[in-house]
Design a protein around this ligand. Structure first.
Ligand code: EPU
Length: 361
């Protein structure tokens, strides 16, 4: 079925809760319906959304918003080039990503557990290369299936062809964006335990959640994807606002990558200010560059918990800008964004880039 609505209220279709309308809204619930859509006749621009969890609408949308309700999850039969422990599962683009994580964990399949409780849908996850707690979705993607709206044919991209980077893929590049619509994604999960516990204090959190003792060997023997999923959900609930309570789009900014010399200057200044024992959080990257958490810089600039009209910097995680009152205007969010970017530039000489996509750009 294809459902078409005009002047559609998008408030509930973007987790920021911006009160905007789309001139035209088209929702389809099968691949056959997607093919029936006359793309040439849609009012432009055309924007395909998922769960609306990474978007900031700054005004009413003048064109057509498309949304997929292709919702299925199935385990595929064994095929070549897949090891015995690997299980291929095919998931429709319109499935809520966390419903997929929940299902996979209950099936005892490893791979999605660290990505639990991320808002958004499966199709968008493959475009954005969502990531959390040491895992990115590219690590479990096998093939992304799309409809090419230009050539009007189905195409598939192996994970290598998707050009994945940090919150990036080929689907975000010009020439691809707007042309390919993800219909479903095949993930390679595992029946063999594959816990990824190296991020931050995740290992300690998992250990302390296990009631049978804290002997790592023993815990590893008993670990299940569901146990890790529970811990991840608890951590995320502690740190990130639940979109049903307070609007946001998760991390507003990407974590910047800077040169080693630049980092050493920042570190020297921080030690001069906070004392020689002070440690600037950072992650060394293999190519000699350093990733510095934007949250730390924003906090250092004094933004944590600060309000500006209806918008605020989230008090538990300053990387997140929230719709504090539920009635924030887009300009209040973007005004706060600009002031944060300017103060981080002023203090650290680092340019923050939004992770959130502004519509229109
Ligand atoms: N930090 C502070 N102050 C704070 C919070 C964090 O200084 O109040 C510093 C700490 O040094 C901490 C570091 O920031 O060690 C990293 O914090 P965290 O582990 O929360 O990760 P993040 O870099 O803030 C990224 C992703 C999140 C993902 C988490 C967990 C980006 C832009 N964000 O955040 O993804 O959940 O790691 O893996 O990469 C999202 O993309 O919407 C998102 C929530």
């Amino acid at each position: 079925m294809i459902n078409t609505e005009y002047y559609k209220d998008l408030t509930k279709m973007n987790t920021f809760g911006m009160k905007v309308k789309a001139r035209c809204f088209v929702e389809y619930d099968s691949v056959a319906d997607l093919v029936d859509i006359e793309f040439g006749e849609l009012s432009r621009p055309v924007l395909h959304i998922g769960g609306g969890s990474n978007l900031l609408f700054t005004e009413d949308f003048k064109g057509t918003v498309l949304h997929s309700k292709i919702e299925f999850m199935e385990i595929l039969d064994k095929c070549d080039n897949v090891s015995d422990a690997q299980v291929l599962v095919s998931v429709g683009a319109g499935v809520a990503f966390d419903d997929f994580c929940d299902w996979a964990a209950k099936e005892g399949l490893w791979g999605t557990e660290n990505l639990s409780y991320i808002p958004g849908e499966v199709g968008a996850s493959a475009v954005q290369n969502i990531g959390a707690y040491g895992v990115e979705v590219k690590d479990i993607i096998h093939t992304v299936y799309c409809y090419d709206t230009l050539e009007e044919e189905f195409v598939s991209f192996s994970v290598a062809e998707c050009g994945y980077g940090y919150r990036d893929s080929v689907f975000k590049k010009s020439g691809f964006k707007g042309r390919y619509i993800v219909t479903h994604v095949v993930f390679a999960l595992s029946r063999e335990p594959k816990p990824v516990l190296d991020y931050g204090h995740l290992k300690e959190a998992v250990l302390s959640s296990y009631e049978g003792g804290t002997d790592m060997e023993k815990v590893l023997d008993h670990l299940t994807p569901e146990m890790i999923r529970k811990v991840i959900i608890r951590i995320r609930k502690e740190k990130l606002p639940d979109p049903s309570d307070m609007g946001s789009a998760g991390s507003f900014f990407k974590n910047p990558v800077i040169s080693r010399e630049h980092f050493l200057r920042i570190e020297a200044a921080a030690k001069a200010e906070h004392g020689t024992d002070f440690k600037v959080p950072h992650y060394d990257l293999p190519d000699g560059y350093v990733k510095v958490p934007a949250a730390w810089m924003i906090e250092e600039c004094g933004w944590k918990g600060r309000r500006s009209g209806g918008a605020a910097v989230y008090e538990k995680q300053p990387l997140v800008i929230v719709n504090y009152t539920g009635n924030a205007y887009p300009e209040e969010i973007t005004g706060l964004e600009k002031r944060i970017v300017a103060s981080v530039m002023d203090r650290f000489g680092v340019e923050l880039h939004p992770e959130v996509e502004h519509i229109p750009q």
